[in-house]
Design a protein around this ligand. Structure first.
Ligand code: N01
Length: 529
């Protein structure tokens, strides 16, 4: 196969990239290791899986007819509904004819002689293209949790990010669930509905607030759709890519009554982004953050009957919202059920798994199934699993061994004609991903058009522009509490990964302006050769 552009990944990013570049008259093809389109939403089909960004926000804005015609059923869409939406998009824009599924890329090499990329699939086929776009996802490389004895377990080991297609029936089964991030928190109530006994093995607790998920009325949808373009514009110029206003006041400066009522209103609305933006200093001031922590801790105590369990469920080792804040449906209440038990691994670490169960504090507990909700090697993980070699044999994994340098998450110096969608140091996971994916896709399409318009062989970000961006992203992150938290945002969940705040924290709106400035000024950060 020899193409103008090969895109790796048929998720939200890859599908829009294909559609956009095809409209520019380019010969484009997507490869994806999955058997269907949808990316993250193809793989993550575990019980309770749904989005934590509201449906009317979490969708493409690029096509007016699409956004008018598609009807969401709930405030927060479930995984099957989002997958159906992405499948609809692939059909509607006739994308399938340029997608190869069940195709995994092992390596990608920039060949100096031809100035083209040479990709090798896992079944040793060669694909070539002038440009390659990595639409490989930010939460698509599951972490290996390295649990002693897991390979000896004779029951089922189920992984959230590769859940069996037909679902799993836990009726009458004893289940151990490991991991209490967004994924674990969504699964716990669902598994507890069926399981005879559910052990929730928690190392670090999460902050979670009720989602208050509900059906979306026709009237609500019509209201947004009556001026959808304006709604999208506001989202794109907002800090997090959603059309919500943040309170301009400091949590420390308002009086206690005001503080409580602002927190209460956002908590009752049920949106982690709104709650984390209750005041302008929640993620920059320790004191402001402590007020938010106190408010949520009190709610956890109200929701859990057994107060010893409640105390274990309250996070104490990091600042609220510097790890992804969760939303839930009855997560804490599930611990009031007699068939559910919290196992606090901070108090008593998981000693090992064996053929029939797990051992904690010297006690062996028998289970039939182990569910892993242990997270991802985020943002750089999917790229590091491909052997990527750029100019002069530069290896991306070596380049990123100490620091994941990138210009705005879109390109790495030394890797000409290779683009990354929502790569490191772009807003990515700290935003509404649909918005920041659209930003990047449109920017890359413009850059490729500029390159093709000039008849150049390669386009590459300059070393200086990349260094300047990394410095800026670091400076911004150090104005916040994020670098002081151990999380997947900072690479701390993966052994040996450099500690860097991976998402850019300067805001989606500011980021959009900077991308526009590049385009308006003929891409000063890039060298065309
Ligand atoms: O992963 P996580 P996730 N032994 O990394 C624990 C998005 N998402 O899949 O922190 C025991 O947050 C680990 O404990 P610790 C969203 O952006 C969104 O839940 O390492 N425990 C932690 O508790 C989210 O943030 C939605 O101490 C081990 C958990 O596993 C991101 O995906 C839904 C362990 C991993 O939590 C990732 O969420 C789902 C071990 N060896 C996901 N290794 C929505 O939109 C890890 N853990 C709602």
């Amino acid at each position: 196969m020899n193409k103008d552009v090969i895109i790796i990944g048929a998720g939200v990013a890859g599908l829009y990239m294909l559609h956009t570049l095809r409209k520019q008259g380019l010969d484009v093809h997507i490869v994806d290791r999955a058997a269907g389109v949808g990316g993250t939403w193809y793989w993550n089909r575990y019980p309770g899986c749904r989005c934590d960004i509201e449906s009317l926000d979490y969708s493409y804005s690029f096509d007016e007819a699409l956004q008018q015609e598609w009807k969401w059923t709930e405030k927060y869409a479930s995984q099957p509904e989002i997958l159906a939406y992405l499948e609809h998009v692939a059909e509607r824009f006739d994308l399938h004819r340029d997608i190869s599924l069940n195709t995994s890329i092992d390596s990608a090499e920039f060949v100096e002689d031809t100035q083209r990329w040479r990709l090798t699939t896992s079944d040793e086929r060669i694909l070539e293209a002038k440009y390659v776009v990595m639409a490989t996802g930010v939460l698509s490389a599951p972490k290996d949790p390295r649990i002693e004895g897991l390979e000896d377990f004779e029951g089922h080991v189920l992984k959230s990010a590769s859940w069996p297609q037909g679902g799993v029936d836990f009726t009458g089964r004893r289940v151990a669930l490991i991991g209490t991030g967004s994924t674990g928190i969504q699964m716990v109530p669902k598994i507890a509905e069926q399981a005879e006994r559910l052990y929730v093995l928690q190392r670090t607790p999460s902050f979670s607030i009720p989602a208050h998920n509900r059906p979306l009325s026709d009237a609500e949808q019509s209201e947004v759709k009556s001026s959808y373009a304006d709604f999208r514009r506001r989202a794109r110029s907002s800090p997090l890519g959603v059309d919500t206003k943040s309170d301009p006041r400091s949590a420390v400066e308002v009086d206690a009554h005001t503080r409580e009522s602002v927190f209460r209103a956002n908590y009752d609305y049920g949106s982690p982004m709104r709650f984390a933006n209750s005041f302008n200093d929640i993620v920059v001031s320790e004191e402001a953050n402590a007020h938010a922590v106190d408010f949520v801790a009190e709610r956890i105590r109200e929701r859990v009957t057994d107060q010893a369990t409640a105390e274990k469920l309250i996070p104490r080792s990091y600042f609220l919202a510097t790890r992804r804040m969760c939303i839930d449906t009855d997560y804490y209440e599930t611990f009031n059920q007699p068939n559910v038990e919290l196992v606090d691994l901070l108090e008593n670490p998981l000693e090992r798994v064996d053929a029939t169960g797990f051992v904690v504090d010297g006690e062996h507990i028998e289970v039939d199934d182990i569910v892993l909700a242990t997270g991802f090697d985020a943002i750089t993980g999917a790229l590091s699993r491909i052997d990527i070699r750029g100019r002069d044999g530069r290896v991306l994994n070596e380049r990123w061994a100490d620091y994941p340098a990138s210009f705005m998450g879109v390109m790495v110096h030394g890797f000409p004609n290779m683009f990354t969608i929502t790569g490191p140091l772009s807003p990515s996971v700290n935003s509404n991903m649909f918005v920041t994916i659209e930003q990047h896709v449109e920017f890359i399409a413009g850059l490729i058009a500029a390159s093709e318009g000039q008849g150049t062989s390669t386009v590459e970000v300059s070393a200086q522009a990349e260094t300047d961006w990394c410095t800026h992203a670091e400076e911004v992150s150090h104005q916040t509490l994020f670098p002081r938290t151990e999380s997947w945002y900072t690479g701390a969940n993966i052994e040996g990964k450099p500690r860097v705040v991976l998402p850019y924290l300067g805001g989606v709106g500011a980021f959009d302006k900077l991308l526009d400035e590049q385009a308006e000024n003929h891409y000063p950060a890039f060298e065309f050769a």
